[in-house]
Ligand binder design. Sequence first.
Ligand SMILES: [Zn+2]
Length: 262
Amino acid sequence: MTDAPRREAPPLRREGFHHIGNSTHWIVLEGVAILTDPWIAEPADGALLHRLPAQPLPCDPDVVLITHRHGDHFDPAALARLTRGSVVLLPAGKLRDRVRALGFDDVRGVTAGDRLEVRGLAIDVVRGKHSVPEVCYRVERNGRAFFFGGDTMLTPEIEALAAAKPASLVILPGERSTLFGLRFVMVPAEAIGLARRFGARQAVLTHHEQTVADRWFLRLVLRIPPPDPAELPEWFTVPVPGDFIAFPWAGGAVVSSVEVSS
Ligand SMILES: [Zn+2]
């Protein structure tokens, strides 16, 4: 514990992007609160530790977006903390029953290509590419939009979406992680290029605090180097848990963060 003074985190109803940890983000878009890939369990998926502790999980989102079944993106312990009135979107299949069993009434299994109206948001679902099936989301309200990429690689469908529907803010992975020597997520240069093709004015790196748990077999097959911010342009932010980033249409800069003790 530390007695060091902590700056206050911005109120969670503030419009913009609040980084909670890993791929868990709290985004307030035109008054609608969106929680992405809620996660609290550590080690995530039994394999991943995190270099920086996550912020407390906000528990009353209007909409929850889940990209895929890996434990650092689909975490029943985190979902169990959320208000059951939240609408949960996740890839169609068995995950839906697991969330409904927690008491959520409105759980929507989505498929790539879907377009939904949810709580005033227009949401496009697009196919990702990862070591398991994944979807990504473009979310728009009142003409303002962001794209959330979970931990995907590039796909033709994401490229087509970027060409057809720009997004001023993109939240993208960009790392050199490998499993058995094979990539499962886009590298920094790909993320920068995709952000440009979306016409983004601001990009935020997601899914970048993890390390491999200290188990010899994991360390043998799974490599997760930390991000190098020098690889990213100044408009591509590497947030720490607690950072708040205003939307690009409202300034776009990192305006505050809480101190994170390690
Ligand atoms: Zn994953």
